[in-house]
Design a protein around this ligand. Structure first.
Ligand SMILES: NC(=O)c1ccc[n+]([C@@H]2O[C@H](COP(=O)([O-])OP(=O)(O)OC[C@H]3O[C@@H](n4cnc5c(N)ncnc54)[C@H](OP(=O)(O)O)[C@@H]3O)[C@@H](O)[C@H]2O)c1
Length: 424
């Protein structure tokens, strides 16, 4: 099958990552879509800024992409409103599908762009425009059509979530936490869009529009940011048992909708309260689905590129037989032995109350490369020795437990449970 040729508008953080991941994932892409994908051209302002780009790939001439009939799909990863809007319109009108990562463009000019896509029988997809790697657009547009989603609450701006997390963790004032976010590259030199809630407003306008099947315009979204939030409020909230988060909400009640962005107190047992640092999360509520939560990285070149590629492949993969229909999709893979998996472990030994037992248990673990992180001993007829190990190989821990279980002081078979770690 001949290669599907795609174009890129922009070759910056996201654009270059799209190219890299498309090349790195070539085999998987061919399995899924049934054919190869090739980046034919990428539009930039200054090719000299990208010495590592393959020769002949970069161009400053938009017409080279627009007029190349062999390019059927283009990813818009250049940002801004103009000339981006004009370029996207021209591409749609020339019969090319477009994938965009640009929330402001979609939130401000979505109507015009979708009309053009419809008129010319092509697709306009925009997964990367909201929460980067989290596939919330696809879920809302394709998976939840009849699920009656009536409320969305999300942490959709990683910069502000990072700042709020640092204020709580270190007692830093807003300005100091912002400076730290800038130093770490989580906040732009000009953070206005993020800290005033404007970035989150564009994202919730997009999500509300697709969730409720109505056009929610950016100017309708009332927004307040964290730039006026006082550390004392964050601290008082914490004392009262609440996290302070910048929440973007969209609500449908009967035939009325509203979308807004505002700092909120979130009860500690609410899933959004546990979303820390630069992560994003979106909670969808609906009659049939009750609650669905999606969480993950909401920014980053490579993270965003995965969503752009998901959209590109959705356009390409649904042209013919569709995903998973391709014969070569399923491949033979080896199986990973469970005994080789690593995590911390919880162990419980039910033993006779004799001296030296704990030392023998610790020794059995140590001999097999597993070390003890915590020990609790409880009387329960005999004695329960409960051990939490550091990360260890499952096989080693199970062998150690079996060895202890075979010793005379053991009253029953030891209990071995893996500990599920965040970020493992
Ligand atoms: N980075 C993220 O974490 C992230 C997350 C979610 C969404 N996004 C969105 O993804 C898009 C791209 O972001 P990015 O971080 O990759 O930006 P970036 O690093 O600044 O890259 C922008 C690219 O577009 C090109 N470009 C910009 N204006 C142009 C113009 N008028 N004509 C021709 N080329 C132009 C630039 O060319 P030069 O190289 O010559 O300057 C550059 O290659 C934006 O819409 C952004 O909001 C980014």
């Amino acid at each position: 099958m001949s290669a599907t040729r795609i174009g890129l508008l922009g070759y910056g953080n996201v654009g270059a990552a799209v190219h890299r991941l498309l090349d790195g994932g070539a085999a998987a892409i061919e399995r899924v879509t049934g054919g190869p994908v090739q980046v034919a051209a990428a539009l930039v302002r200054d090719p000299g800024r990208h010495p590592a780009a393959p020769g002949g790939l970069l161009t400053t001439d938009f017409a080279r992409l627009r007029d190349d009939a062999s390019i059927s799909v283009v990813a818009e990863v250049m940002g801004g409103i103009e000339p981006t809007r004009a370029h996207v319109l021209a591409l749609l009108r020339s019969g090319k599908s477009v994938v965009s990562a640009n929330k402001q463009l979609l939130a401000r000019h979505g109507e015009e762009l979708f009309d053009a896509a419809e008129e010319h029988g092509v697709q306009l997809r925009f997964e990367a425009s909201v929460c980067a790697a989290i596939p919330v657009v696809k879920v809302l547009r394709e998976s939840m059509i009849v699920s009656g989603v009536h409320r969305i609450d999300g942490i959709v701006n990683g910069t502000t979530n990072f700042i709020l997390s640092r204020m709580v963790q270190t007692g830093a004032a807003y300005a100091d936490a912002l400076a730290e976010a800038q130093a770490l590259g989580y906040a732009e030199a000009d953070p206005t869009e993020d800290v005033t809630g404007a970035d989150a407003a564009a994202k919730i306008a997009i999500l509300a529009s697709i969730a409720f099947h109505t056009r929610v315009r950016l100017e309708e979204v009332e927004h307040a940011g964290i730039d006026r939030l006082d550390l004392s409020d964050v601290e008082h909230a914490a004392e009262l048992g609440y996290a302070t988060k910048l929440i973007a909400s969209a609500i449908q009640s009967g035939s009325a909708v509203v979308a807004r962005v505002h700092p909120c107190l979130v009860a500690r047992d609410h899933p959004l309260a546990a979303v820390e640092g630069a992560f994003n999360a979106v909670m969808l509520r609906g009659e049939s689905i009750r609650e669905v939560i999606l969480e993950g990285p909401g920014a980053g070149g490579e993270e965003t590129a995965t969503a752009v590629i998901g959209d590109l492949l959705a356009v390409i993969g649904t042209r013919g037989t569709g995903f998973l229909q391709h014969d070569g999709y399923f491949r033979g893979l080896d199986r990973l032995p469970v005994r080789e998996l690593e995590s911390p472990f919880y162990l419980r030994f039910d033993v006779e109350d004799e001296p030296g037992v704990l030392a023998q248990v610790a020794q059995a673990l140590a001999e097999r490369g597993a070390s003890v992180a915590q020990v609790v001993q409880r009387s329960a007829g005999g004695v329960h020795i409960v051990i939490l190990t550091h990360r260890a190989r499952e096989g080693a821990v199970r062998d150690a437990a079996a060895a202890v279980g075979a010793l005379g002081f053991s009253r029953s078979e030891p209990v071995v449970l893996p500990v599920l770690e965040r970020g493992a």
